[in-house]
Write a protein that binds this ligand. Structure first.
Ligand code: ZN
Length: 313
């Protein structure tokens, strides 16, 4: 038993329940939700609450919101959303990819201090605390600024005990570079979750990460480039190898995102692709796993045992 910082206060690990470990209630850019609300469409809070209530009715108890400051994290929105929907929400400290020039020259220790403040005292002047740390590296690997960020996250973790989630580029095996820096900082890798791991089907690579100690976020559903069915086959292969309790399936979905006139994918197309929202895994993936012969008790433990083990450390 341990306590996690949720946006509505301390949450017991026994009360996590069915947990989606990488989602976004709202995703944008720093300050966008407050300053340019029109880009998020009409009645944003009502849509958030409706989306979360639907998830709750479908059996989702807890959501880790992977929205960092640069992705537009709004702690007041997360608090209201959790209070009204009764879905536990865990907010994150740390950084995604868009590191501003303003940060150049800051040291890992200086950045660790501000992340630590968000964990120990609160975010945006509130007493709402972050329950997870995030660092991100993509196709270019761990860049010099990205290295400062992950070292800062490692140091805030070592002081606070709050675990780490990593945005990673699995087709390029960027996870190996990320874990090397964390090891260099003295982080116990069983406090680390490697996200977007189901963007590859390289099971050998994924097992090598877990053998280092970390958890896997199989958190792109339906996702792009790799089909949902291929993602589920990868999950099945990892389950067959005995790693079910180290897997964290999730969607990397969002309720509010920027609405543009000429989108890559229109709102309608998005809905057609995933009419289930945060219930795609329950409604599509779990039946696929069942059909593939995965025992019911293992399926029922997905999104429960992995997240709990991860937070318990
Ligand atoms: Zn994400």
């Amino acid at each position: 038993m341990a306590k996690i910082n949720s946006v509505c206060g301390p949450l017991d690990t026994n009360d996590l329940g069915f947990t989606l470990m990488h989602e976004h209630i709202m995703v944008g850019a720093a300050g966008a939700y407050e300053d340019f609300p029109e880009f998020f469409g009409p009645k944003p809070m009502a849509r958030v609450v409706e989306g979360l209530k639907k998830a709750k009715e479908g059996g989702v108890d807890t959501i880790v919101d992977a929205t960092t400051l640069d992705l537009g994290r709004d702690i007041h929105l997360l608090y209201e959303a959790s209070k009204q929907s009764k879905v536990n929400i865990i907010a994150c400290a740390g950084w995604w990819l868009e590191i501003p020039r303003f940060f150049e020259g800051l040291s890992a220790d200086q950045l660790a201090e501000v992340f630590l403040r968000e964990i120990e005292h609160g975010i945006s002047g509130t007493n709402i605390k972050a329950g997870i740390l995030k660092a991100a590296h993509d196709i270019g690997g761990v860049t010099p600024m990205g290295e400062t960020m992950i070292r800062a996250v490692a140091r805030a973790h070592l002081k606070s005990g709050v675990p780490i989630m990593l945005h990673s580029y699995s087709p390029g095996r960027v996870g190996l570079q990320q874990l090397a820096v964390l090891k260099d900082e003295g982080v116990n890798l069983n406090r680390v979750k490697m996200d977007h791991s189901n963007d590859t089907m390289d099971v050998e690579y994924l097992i090598s990460l877990m053998e280092e100690g970390c958890y896997l976020g199989l958190d792109r559903y339906p996702g792009m480039n790799v089909s949902p069915l291929s993602r589920t086959k990868t999950m099945k292969a990892l389950i067959d190898e005995g790693y079910a309790d180290r897997l964290c399936p999730s969607h990397d979905g969002s309720i509010l995102h920027i609405l543009v006139d000429n989108p890559v994918m229109t709102e309608k197309e998005r809905l057609l692709k995933n009419p289930y929202g945060f219930l795609f895994i329950k409604n599509v993936v779990f039946p696929q796993l069942k059909e593939m012969g995965v025992p019911e008790d293992i399926i029922n433990g997905l999104c429960v045992r992995g997240p709990k083990n991860f937070f318990l450390g």
